[in-house]
Design a protein around this ligand. Structure first.
Ligand code: GDG
Length: 747
């Protein structure tokens, strides 16, 4: 039980002043009503959430707030947490970094991005101000939901002070492909990604944006995903798509509102013998207004039969007019409109009816309903709600022409989809839409309406909040327990009682520390003594399950009466037996992989290739750390693409990128050994990604221990390799010995 705290750049409240009288007004946006409904119909009834609050920058001065707070704040639907920010700082954060760097870049207008470092500094500072305001107020059980590109660092800032907090993040604009995202200065893009990754659940509108984000996280933070889940700094983070919906009934109910009807009839009366094409957008270069006008101009030129039989009502809503990139565009758009009207108008007809204003809600609905065609052709748009609203408001007729580059295009497939830069495509879509038979219009509209009604904004909020709760539950389940004295004592007791024990140990990073040169990682005397002691006890079956090649394992450990597994299970020698191969295939595939890896050796001093029978690996342990890591991301990317649709597999190991034949792994091998001996005690230790296969395969059947910390499917974790031998000696000693150190688990 806790509070729901929504955080967005702006508060959805404004202060109205009438002389000395000050009052608060709540905006009626889709998100506000969706959160209210979520609270009233679900969360509050179930008792999950006791209160709802909204935090954001106030568009009124602190003095007015101080006056109004006592009288009005308490009676609002939301508890209000205003953030007050100095004007210059806000300008650099909002007009600067948010809207002159992130907005253009994320909408693929990289040439408009102004990478000014003082913008970035202001962005960090404002995110910090949000964090500083919220952190002291956070209580256990609170659920925080951060919205949009202005606050990408906030989740991390909150997480660093409140590790257990429940934090969701939703991006309302596109997340661009890695090639675009990487244009940003290195430090900034890492801080942004790490910032967002502070959340437990990260939501996007479309599958593409999810994929782009995952790719950037993989390339820049080195974290791979598994079915949209990531293990990041010991936490499970889920990335998923939640295509935002609209308040369907609010737009659809317009159909029965007498005021809307009157307004609609007024519009229709004005254009009795003409069809209406309508569009409404904020003045923004992403909306493709110039391209739309070019498409419309080409339509008039190419299809003269439509002249004087239709009008294009183009409504532009003022926006961000203090940013030069916006103001310049207004002039060009108006010039273009003048040109089109000048070229095609007649004494009794003007093709473009241009308005530059914000329409009252009912007038907007009336125009949606009066329009025969909605022409919505952004060059990029996270989702585009206007397209959805047009469909919802429809009385069963009308055609939607939609840009294929708007997020909404993936849901509104019955629209006529166009490429907004293709003037001929736009022109032919307009003529097709104007001529579309009524039954086809009805059909398309009703299919889309059904979908919009089903997944409306209320469902969207529910879905996001449900998933957030689920991630928290999974994190709880996953929490790895540190191997403490109590656990050691319990394992030891079980060991002493059992008669048929199986001990499965990884080699590098577990039994022996990592060595700069793999061939020098031979076992020292302490390891040999331990293996000798364990393997001479007839109740023990020791198996070394390693990614090492067969000959190294044989050379170093062949003298012991133990099972050896090489190359993650590709070859093995059961205790007392001889070496066998799990697979036998030609190694032609290695040539191409080797060639690529050799290029990376040249490009990254200190890296080298290790070849084994069934795998080939590129090691970067001895390279300059930043360079090695970033080259490894490139190599992973190249190899992943190369091996698509083959039986090979790329593994992002501990400072090593490895390609191997898929179809066997340490987990399968562990199960094979356990299956053959039916033990009454199983212990399994490992440190690497590939050991996770064993931990998962042995879940519930073994004591699994992950060495070196980090999130893992293992039951226990041990934070240092140096403790492996002492612990193994303790666990497996028959007599009562004192523990080698007071505490095994690092504190
Ligand atoms: C982001 C993403 C994503 C517009 N003109 C008037 C007016 N509007 C209303 C519309 C609609 C909203 O404004 C604009 O919707 P967008 O979808 O374009 O969204 P944005 O708020 O710009 O921004 C976008 C969205 O977040 C949601 O995640 O879809 O891609 O950029 O609701 O109706 N409303 C009135 N008069 C107008 O003149 N009353």
């Amino acid at each position: 039980m806790g509070r729901l705290i929504i955080i967005s750049n702006r508060l959805p409240f404004s202060l109205d002043k009438d002389g000395d009288k000050v009052s608060l007004r709540q905006s009626s946006g889709g998100l506000v009503s969706a959160i209210k409904s979520y609270f009233e119909n679900g969360a509050a009834q179930r008792g999950d959430i006791t209160e709802k609050m909204w935090m954001g920058v106030a568009d009124f001065p602190q003095e007015d707030w101080d006056q109004a707070v006592a009288a009005h704040a308490a009676s609002q639907d939301f508890g209000i947490l205003p953030v007050f920010i100095d004007k210059d700082l806000y300008d650099n954060y909002y007009n600067g970094f948010s809207n002159s760097v992130l907005w253009p870049l994320f909408h693929y207008f990289n040439n408009l991005a102004a990478f000014e470092s003082h913008y970035f500094d202001a962005y960090v500072q404002v995110n910090q101000l949000f964090a500083e305001k919220l952190i002291p107020l956070l209580q256990p059980g609170d659920q925080v939901w951060v919205h949009d590109y202005q606050l990408m660092i906030l989740p991390h800032l909150l997480r660093s002070k409140r590790p257990e907090a429940t934090i969701g993040f939703f991006l309302h604009i596109p997340f661009p492909s890695y090639e675009i995202f990487r244009l940003m200065p290195t430090e900034w893009k890492k801080i942004l990604l790490q910032g967002v990754m502070g959340a437990d659940l990260i939501g996007f509108h479309t599958y593409d944006y999810v994929q782009h984000f995952l790719q950037s996280v993989k390339m820049l933070l080195g974290v791979d995903s598994y079915f949209h889940n990531l293990q990041y700094q010991d936490r499970l983070v889920r990335i998923d798509l939640f295509p935002i919906g609209i308040d369907y009934n609010k737009f659809h109910q317009g159909t029965t509102d007498p005021e809307v009807e009157e307004l609609r009839n007024k519009v229709l009366d004005n254009f009795t013998d003409k069809k209406i094409v309508f569009s409404v957008d904020r003045l923004d270069y992403t909306k493709g207004l110039m391209q739309r006008l070019s498409g419309f101009e080409y339509f008039l030129e190419r299809y003269p039969e439509w002249r004087e039989k239709m009008v294009f009502i183009l409504n532009v809503v003022p926006s961000r007019d203090t940013i030069p990139a916006y103001n310049d565009r207004k002039k060009s758009i108006e010039e273009k409109i003048g040109m089109v009207n000048g070229r095609f108008s007649t004494i009794s007809w003007q093709p473009v009816i241009y308005r530059y204003n914000h329409l009252p809600f009912k007038e907007l609905i009336a125009l949606y309903q009066a329009a025969d065609v909605a022409l919505i052709t952004p060059l990029r748009d996270g989702m585009n709600l206007v397209a959805k609203e047009y469909v919802a408001a429809s009385l069963g007729r009308g055609v939607l022409i939609l840009s294929e580059l708007a997020g909404a295009a993936s849901e509104l497939s019955e629209a006529i989809l166009v490429n907004p830069t293709d003037t001929a495509d736009v022109a032919s879509a307009i003529t097709r839409a104007l001529a579309m038979p009524l039954y086809e219009q009805r059909n398309r509209i009703s299919l889309m309406q059904r979908r919009l009604q089903e997944y409306d904004v209320f469902k969207w909020v529910n879905d996001f909040m449900d998933q957030l709760a689920q991630v928290k539950q999974e994190q709880q389940k996953q929490k790895v327990k540190l191997l403490d004295e109590k656990a050691i004592a319990a394992i030891r007791k079980h060991y002493q009682k059992s008669r048929n024990r199986c001990l499965m140990l990884d080699y590098d990073g577990t039994l022996v520390p990592f060595s700069r040169i793999p061939s020098e990682a031979s076992p020292d005397n302490a390891v040999k003594e331990l293996l000798s002691r364990l393997s001479s006890d007839p109740r023990n079956h020791v198996a070394i399950i390693s990614g090492r090649d067969l000959s190294s394992l044989d050379r170093w450990l062949g003298e012991f009466n133990i099972t050896l597994v090489a190359e993650h299970g590709a070859s093995f020698k059961m205790r007392g037996g001889s070496w066998q191969q799990m697979v036998s295939v030609s190694d032609m595939w290695k040539e191409e992989i080797r060639r690529i890896m050799q290029l990376f050796v040249l490009r990254c001093a200190g890296s080298f290739i290790e070849e084994k029978t069934n795998t080939i690996a590129w090691h970067y342990r001895n390279t300059q750390s930043g360079l090695g890591f970033s080259r490894s991301r490139e190599l992973l990317n190249t190899l992943s693409q190369l091996i698509q649709n083959t039986t090979l597999q790329v593994i992002d190991g501990n400072k090593v990128v490895e390609v191997r034949i898929a179809g066997f792994d340490k987990g399968a091998m562990a199960l094979k050994i356990v299956g053959e001996m039916d033990p009454d005690f199983v212990l399994c230790m490992g440190d690497d990604t590939t050991d996770e296969d064993m931990f998962k395969a042995l879940e519930g059947e073994a004591y699994t221990i992950k060495v070196n910390g980090g999130a893992s499917a293992a039951q226990y974790t041990l934070l240092s390799q140096q403790k492996v031998l002492p612990i193994l000696n303790t666990l497996t000693s028959d007599s009562q010995v004192s523990l080698p150190e007071k505490k095994y688990a690092d504190s």
